[in-house]
Structures are given as structure tokens and as C-alpha cells.
Design a protein around this ligand. Structure first.
Ligand code: AGP
Length: 617
């Protein structure tokens, strides 16, 4: 959560920082701010405002900032202190010559604040962050340079942090630090300029040569390059920039009104690219080249445990089916935030598969630490090359969805499912659970999905009508069985986060054990009733709802006239092989949630209270 950007080089910093903040706004949109080291010298110039970047733009328009070639910027998702101008980052110390931006939580901030106040520091905000600025100021006052002062300061902080700082005492320099899983610090290498950011997205317009700070690393940048250290003061090992293949154009909205609509529509290409990265049809071959040290474990493990959060957890739930059905391995899923605190019983016999599009979700990273401490081999499914999950895991299966900017995930959901399908196939192959012919059939089936999803996206028949019905509803029940259960959960998640309509995803078999009490003419149900989703059982659920005057929107296979007649409304999906039905079934639900949110006038790319990457617990 929170977006960070820093620039130093030969260009004017302010436009670069403000453009970077717009690229980072999905990280949080409670307030935004920048600080510049003026070319003419003197204290940093700070501008910050509550609200979105547009408010900051207006403030800078009214009161222009001085010319500067070094600066930092921040977009905030509030933790300590309400969204306000005073609580917005950047924060300064008492003397105003140190300025910092921060992502994370200073867990001992109350004690630090009391201690600093006793020593005469005056605080201007209610944030935990401001204590860092005052500590840094003291460390500089005692003769340290900025890098050493940052190291000394970090040693005082409890909790996970990502911090970037400037001081007028060292013009042209910015220092960044990462402790724990508060979020990435990515170093961008430009021509005669250097950048730092919480995300690749903000760096791609300037460079594709990047390095990710590891846990407990510090970096100092000036226009000539970067030097790295660890928190204990030794030179950091192996920090080499790598060239990422992500396309900066994928950061644009293009002709679409929202990133989310663009990303929904990009799913055929994202699926095709992910397929192309992980397998070939002729010959039918899997090319999972990044499994690294995890590869030999595919043969040895006795079970698979898949962890993730939110949409990625729902993808993991589909993956569980794949490991069981294709590889015939016992498989289970767990919410990463629950898993980590349960003292789970596992060891080298369990392959832990984490799913995280960002690779930076704190709960997932903490779960991976627990798994590592237990000796379990790990593979991560991830859309962000170089991110923290890819560094912690023994191996990775990358998805090739391109940048996802909408806070609500869409294309990273479907591509994660494709990657899990590939990993289950590879596991089945090395364990001798699948013949060459079966492998070839599964590969052909997945290869056909981009075109099928593309055809689905050509026509939104019936969705506008359903969205208009849901525009005024208060609650919706989403029911699914088997592989359609994760799709019911994901459909409900999309609906609530985009449209703010209360939506519950439920196992259809559970309906009679409680939720059926809710059914009345004002409480509609979306029933996942594709041909493979235990259709006959779902038919009974629909009958039971209709018998109680409940309204049903059924997601059915094309040509299923019996169900179309039984439900009040139906949206159709093309017939596809059983294991891939989740990929087809989610498409109308993504569009339905989008259209409902649009009809209700919601901010689709930046739903209230949310942030794209969740780096605080
Ligand atoms: C849902 O639309 C969200 N974007 C959210 O549930 C997300 O899937 C979750 O926060 C996990 O993120 P990750 O994939 O980056 O780990």
C-alpha cells in the first residue's frame, strides 16, 4: 500500500514525480505529495494535499514549485492518522532539511514519538511516519551521511518498512531502505538519471533496467548510479540490474474509459502470452523454465498446499482441482493470513504453491516464511518478475498478463489459473500420472481458450439488463459447486469491491444450511450452472430458490434451454472442457460486476478504501 517514487538526474524532477504518482495511484489515493531539493539550494520544497493527485496538481498549479532535479513523491493509503494535508507524505523533521516518504507501519511509533518529544522534537502530523523523519534528522546531526543515518534510523524501527529520504545536506542524492514486507523498493537505472519506486509501473516510462531491494537492504542513488548496503553496514551482495520485458504501453488506458475494462478485454492476449510462455502445442511440451530448485520436488512431495489472498486465493482454489484431478496429488488451499498464524503442520513432504500477482502481498510473504522455516519446498505463481515472492520461493511459474492497473484483478486471475494448470500438468508428467496423448489434449484445450474468451468478450448480451436489475439491489448470493465455487467467490468479490453491493459467494450445497433463510423477492441469486459444475445439483438449488420467490440469474452453457427456462435470466458461456470451465465462467461475472458498478456511478479503477497491493497486515 502507498506508492513511492524518487528521481535524481538531469531533467526537471517535478513532472516526472507527478507522472509517476499517477502511475502509482492504484496503491492508495487518500493523499499525495512531493518534495524537491531546489536547484538554488536550501530546504526541500514540499507540496502535499489530501485526496487524489488532481488535488495536488491544482495546489502546485496555484503555487508553483522551484526548479529541481532531485525529488520524492508519495501517494497514501492511510494507516495511522486520517487522510489530511498534515498527514500526507512527504514528512520532515523539526529542521525541515530532511524529508521522507514511507510505506509500512512503525509499530513502536508511540514510544519513539514520546522519546523524541522529550528531546524537543515538535510533531506536525498524527502519523507513525513522522517519527522516521525526526530520527533521521538526529542521525544526520550526529555526523552521519544520509546512507549511514538511514541505517541507524532503521535499526530503531519495529515492523516492516519501505522508506525513501532526501536531505538538503546531500543535493542530488536519495536513499531507500527495505525492511520486511511493507512493499518493494525498485531501483530504476536511466541514462544519467536514477529512480526509485514502490512499483515497476512508475519506472517503465523511463527505463526497463531495474533492481529490487532485498529485505534489510539500503540503496543510495545519485545521477551516476546506485550503491547498495545491508542494514548491518556491509556491502550488499548480488544487486545487478535486470532488464524486464514489460511493455510501458501496457500502462496506458488506450481507448478504454478504465484500466479495468481494458484489462478485462486484454484477457485473450494475456492468456495467449501466458500459454506461449509456459507451453507449446506442436510438439506438446511444457516449458516451465523457472522452477529452479523446486523442480526435483515435484516428483517427491506427497501433497500440495496452495496459499494466496483475495482473487489470487480464488485462483489457488481452482489450482487445487488441477493438482487433484490431473496430478492425483492431495491438495488443499489456505488463506495465507490464516495459515501463517496456525502453526501449520508441514515439512519437505508438502509443496507450497503461493499465488500472488504482485509478488508483494505481506500475508503471502509471511506465509512463505512459515513454509520455508518448516522446510517445505515452494513455487510461486506471479505476474511481477523480480518481486519478493519470486525471490523467496525455490521456483516460479510466471504469468505474462502485463501490468494490471485496475485495483480489482481480472487478467491476473485468469492467467494465474492458466499457470496453475501448467504446473499441475508438469507435476503429473514428472510423476508419470499422465500419458503423452493426455498431455497433448490438455495443452490443446488451454491453447483454445484465448480465442474462446475473445469470442465471449465480443458480445455482452444480457449483461446490461442484469446490471440494471442489480443497480438497485442491496444483496446478491453467488452459488457454485466444485470448480465453480471459486468462481462464485470471485464473482461475489468483484461485485462487492466494484459496485459496493453486498455479495456473498457460497458453496451451493451449503445453501440449505442457512443462507436460504435470506431468500425473498428482493434478494437475487447468481447461480453458476455450467455443464461441468455439478449441473444437476445446481438445478435443484435453483428450483428451491424459485419455490421461495427468489430471483435467479443463471450462468449456463450455451444451448442449455432447460436451465435458461428455469432461471429468471441467464447468461451463457461456451462449452469448454471441464477443467477449463472456470476460465470461461468468470468472464460474464467480471463484466457483470463492472456494468453494475458503472450503472451505480462507482469509481471502477479506484474503489473506495482499497489499494492494489496490500503490504500491511
Ligand atoms: C481483488 O480484485 C484484489 N485485487 C485482491 O483481492 C488481490 O487479489 C489480493 O490483494 C492479492 O493480491 P496479489 O495477487 O497481488 O497477492
Amino acid at each position: 500500500m502507498c506508492g513511492i517514487i524518487a528521481y535524481t538526474g538531469s531533467r526537471q524532477a517535478a513532472p516526472i514525480l507527478l507522472a509517476g504518482l499517477r502511475d502509482l495511484e492504484y496503491r492508495g489515493y487518500d493523499s499525495a505529495g512531493v518534495a524537491l531539493l531546489p536547484e538554488s539550494g536550501g530546504e526541500p520544497a514540499v507540496a502535499k494535499r489530501r485526496g487524489k493527485i488532481a488535488e495536488l496538481d491544482a495546489a502546485i498549479g496555484a503555487e508553483p514549485l522551484p526548479p529541481a532535479r532531485t525529488g520524492i513523491g508519495h501517494t497514501r493509503w492511510a494507516t495511522h492518522g486520517a487522510p489530511s494535508d498534515a498527514n500526507a507524505h512527504p514528512h520532515t523533521g523539526s529542521g525541515n532539511d530532511v524529508v521522507i516518504v514511507h510505506n509500512g507501519i512503525v509499530e513502536n511509533y508511540a514510544a519513539l514519538r514520546a522519546e523524541l518529544s522529550e528531546r524537543g522534537h515538535a510533531f506536525e502530523s498524527e502519523t507513525d511516519t513522522e517519527t522516521i523523519a525526526h530520527l533521521l534528522e538526529e542521525a544526520l546531526d550526529s555526523g552521519n551521511d544520509l546512507l549511514a543515518a538511514m541505517r541507524e534510523t532503521c535499526a530503531r524501527l519495529a515492523g516492516s518498512q519501505a522508506i525513501v529520504a532526501l536531505t538538503s545536506r546531500e543535493p542530488g542524492v536519495a536513499v531507500g531502505a527495505r525492511i520486511g514486507h511493507a512493499g518493494a523498493v525498485v531501483v530504476g537505472y536511466g541514462e544519467g538519471e536514477m529512480l526509485l519506486s514502490s512499483d515497476l509501473a512508475a519506472l517503465l516510462p523511463h527505463t526497463r533496467d531495474v533492481a529490487f531491494l532485498a529485505d534489510r537492504q539500503l540503496v543510495r542513488i545519485d545521477e551516476r548510479g546506485a550503491t547498495y548496503e545491508t542494514l548491518d553496514g556491509s556491502a550488499a551482495a548480488e544487486v545487478e540490474p535486470r532488464t524486464v520485458s514489460l511493455d510501458p504501453a501496457s500502462a496506458d488506458k488506450g481507448a478504454y474509459d478504465t484500466y479495468m475494462l481494458k484489462e478485462i478485454m486484454e484477457q485473450p492476449a494475456a492468456l495467449a502470452d501466458t500459454f506461449g510462455g509456459l507451453m507449446t502445442v506442436e510438439p506438446a511440451r511444457l516449458t516451465l523454465d523457472d522452477l529452479g530448485e523446486a523442480r526435483p520436488w515435484l516428483e517427491r512431495v506427497e501433497r500440495v498446499l496452495l496459499v494466496g489472498m483475495g482473487t489470487s486465493l480464488h485462483a489457488a482454489m481452482v489450482g487445487r482441482w488441477y493438482f487433484e484431478q490431473i496430478a492425483r496429488l492431495p491438495a488443499d488451499t489456505d488463506n495465507a493470513s490464516e495459515f501463517r498464524y496456525r502453526e501449520p503442520v508441514l515439512g519437505p513432504e508438502t509443496l507450497v504453491v503461493s499465488v500472488s500477482q504482485s509478488g508483494e502481498t505481506v500475508d503471502v510473504l509471511e506465509a512463505m516464511n512459515v513454509a520455508r522455516a518448516s522446510g517445505a519446498p515452494q513455487i510461486t505463481i506471479c505476474n511481477t518478475p523480480g518481486s519478493q515472492t519470486t525471490r523467496v520461493a525455490d521456483g516460479a511459474v510466471h504469468t505474462y498478463a502485463g501490468l494490471e492497473r485496475g485495483v480489482a484483478s481480472s487478467k491476473t486471475f485468469t492467467t494465474s489459473i492458466a499457470a496453475l494448470f501448467a504446473l499441475a500438468l508438469e507435476t503429473a508428467r514428472v510423476r508419470g500420472r499422465i500419458s503423452d496423448d493426455e498431455l497433448a489434449r490438455h495443452v490443446r484445450d488451454l491453447a483454445a481458450m484465448p480465442e474462446i474468451v475473445g469470442r465471449q468478450l465480443e458480445s455482452f448480451d444480457g449483461i446490461a439488463k442484469a446490471a440494471d436489475r442489480f443497480r438497485t439491489t442491496q444483496h446478491i448470493l453467488f452459488l457454485g459447486r466444485g470448480p465453480a465455487l471459486p468462481i462464485a467467490l470471485e464473482g461475489a468479490l468483484k461485485m462487492k469491491e466494484l459496485s459496493y453491493v453486498h455479495a456473498e459467494g457460497y458453496a451451493a450445497g451449503e445453501m440449505k444450511h442457512g443462507p436460504i433463510a435470506l431468500i425473498d423477492p428482493t434478494f437475487p441469486t447468481v447461480a453458476l450452472a455450467g455443464q461441468h459444475a455439478l449441473r444437476s445439483k445446481i438445478v435443484s438449488n435453483i428450483e428451491q430458490i424459485r419455490a421461495r420467490d427468489g430471483e435467479v440469474l443463471a450462468i449456463v452453457t450455451e444451448g442449455d434451454d432447460e436451465l435458461i427456462a428455469l432461471a429468471n435470466e441467464a447468461l451463457t458461456v461456451p462449452p469448454v472442457p471441464a477443467l477449463l470451465e472456470p476460465l470461461a465462467a468468470i468472464v460474464p461475472l467480471q463484466v457483470l460486476a463492472y456494468a453494475t458498478a458503472d450503472a451505480r456511478g462507482c469509481d471502477i479503477d479506484q474503489p473506495r478504501n482499497l489499494a492494489k497491493t496490500v503490504t500491511v497486515e
